[in-house]
Unconditional design. Structure first.
Length: 69
């Protein structure tokens, strides 16, 4: 399959600190009495993903007009 879309920092390595329970929840283990474990893990992943894209936006942002004068 030929994927032509570019994912910024797509091959970079990121580090996410998870508890063992959070890791288990992401692999499909269900904690019926504590759904917050999966929510917490997904929140941590989303935060790292957001930070990665935010860094790309800052690095590739257009030059502010005031700096061109």
């Amino acid at each position: 399959m030929n994927n032509m879309s570019k994912i910024p920092h797509g091959d970079d390595t990121v580090t996410v600190e998870l508890t063992v329970k959070e890791l288990m929840a992401l692999t499909g283990v269900r904690f019926h009495n504590n759904h917050g474990v999966e929510i917490s893990a997904r929140k941590k992943l989303n935060e790292v993903l957001f930070e990665t894209y935010e860094r790309d936006q800052q690095e590739n942002a257009p030059i502010p007009y005031q700096l061109l004068l």
